[in-house]
Design a protein around this ligand. Structure first.
Ligand SMILES: NC(=O)C1=CN([C@@H]2O[C@H](COP(=O)(O)OP(=O)(O)OC[C@H]3O[C@@H](n4cnc5c(N)ncnc54)[C@H](OP(=O)(O)O)[C@@H]3O)[C@@H](O)[C@H]2O)C=CC1
Ligand SMILES: CC(C)(CO)C(=O)C(=O)O
Length: 337
């Protein structure tokens, strides 16, 4: 199959290399140093899925219409990247591989002739240097669309992609985006402090704030009438139970996520943007929780505080100490026993 990957960074690079290894004819779009490196040395993947050097067609925008495309940019770059390639994307199936709640709707709006799907990946991939990606945790990617059952098109697509990388078709994709949003509460604290995800879970002070972030997100989802979709053992029932627990007990949730993630240090995709001096997706993650809370007429103070802290790091280039983060959000967390 001719498959295009729009945005060959950490996850896009992972999918491009693994789909190329599976025999597909892969084109990637990239820019700057990434584009140069992929053209010069191929797309290099290392870590959990083995070592692959994929020779792929790399360009700034597509020159031909592929059979299938995966949009793998960060959320804030997705609209521009889709628009720049719309002439060759509109009409073909498009999978938006993206965290947050907004990705699939944006693609549907910009590509009215396409069938659009969403993919929620639990893979942890580190864009180590231009053109080089290291997979630090292997895990499933969940594919779906809408709120209903798995349809035939989703099942067929999952089968094609699943030959290259583990892909699970899921029902209630919309609800699963919310479940992934809860998982992505792992991202902001590393971006605010420079700690890895594992260090964030290990430290009792950051783990407590992380639990408060996750619990607040589930409570906002409930206030918005969301039925959480099942991914990675997290179901609607389990999340509702978690949201009712006191913070001390709720900490079992991030702890179990840390165990699944394993020991290879994971920066998370938001801290990776910071280390590259780029804008982050925080407005689409913690910021989205704040926006959804406002729509439900409730508050999300811990998510609001973390959104502000990450924006401060984006601007100053300096991480906050754990003590400073505790001072900024600790009082909020303590109020929410
Ligand atoms: N990394 C991970 O482990 C995981 C990430 N995710 C999610 O997957 C999505 C992608 O994240 P991730 O792979 O980490 O992001 P990256 O920033 O590593 O990769 C995105 C790539 O897209 C490129 N890009 C952006 N706009 C364009 C454009 N217009 N044309 C061509 N290339 C473009 C970027 O280039 P440049 O470098 O120049 O900005 C970058 O290389 C996010 O929503 C993230 O939250 C989900 C699970 C795990
Ligand atoms: C699952 C996790 C936390 C993997 O790193 C992720 O989605 C991200 O980094 O954005």
């Amino acid at each position: 199959m001719r498959i295009a990957i729009i945005g060959a960074g950490a996850l896009g690079g992972t999918f491009a290399a693994l789909l190329s290894r599976d025999g597909h004819d892969v084109t990637v779009t990239a820019r700057g140093a990434g584009l140069e490196a992929i053209r010069d040395r191929g797309l290099r993947l290392t870590g959990g899925y083995g070592d692959v050097t994929a020779v792929v067609d790399a360009r700034t925008t597509l020159a031909e219409t592929p059979d299938l495309a995966l949009v793998c940019t960060k959320a804030h770059d997705a609209r521009d990247a889709i628009a720049a390639n719309a002439a060759h994307l509109d009409g073909i199936p498009v999978v938006v591989v993206q965290n947050g709640l907004a990705g699939v709707e944006a693609a549907e709006e910009l590509l009215p002739g396409s069938e659009c799907f969403g993919a929620l990946s639990i893979i942890a991939a580190n864009y180590t240097e231009p053109g080089l990606v290291r997979v630090t945790t292997t895990a499933a990617t969940y594919l779906g669309r809408g709120e209903g059952d798995v349809d035939d098109a989703t099942r067929a697509l999952a089968e094609v992609l699943g030959r290259a990388v583990p892909v699970v078709p899921i029902a209630n994709f919309r609800g699963a985006q919310w479940t992934k949003l809860v998982v992505n509460m792992l991202n902001a604290l590393p971006a605010a402090t420079g700690l890895t995800v594992q260090e964030t879970i290990a430290d009792p002070r950051t783990r407590r704030i992380l639990t408060a972030l996750m619990r607040e997100t589930v409570r906002v989802g409930i206030a918005r009438g969301i039925r959480f979709g099942s991914i990675q053992g997290l179901s609607d029932g389990r999340l509702r139970f978690f949201a009712a627990l006191p913070l001390a007990l709720g900490q079992l949730l991030p702890r179990s996520m840390g165990v699944r993630m394993g020991a290879v240090p994971n920066l998370g995709s938001t801290l990776q943007s910071i280390t590259r001096g780029q804008a982050t997706e925080v407005d689409f993650l913690n910021g989205a929780v704040v926006g959804e809370a406002a729509r439900a007429g409730v508050e999300a103070p811990v998510n609001a505080a973390l959104t502000a802290l990450v924006h401060e790091v984006e601007t100053s280039g300096r991480f906050h100490s754990i003590d400073a983060v505790v001072a900024a959000v600790g009082a909020l967390g303590r109020r929410q026993q």
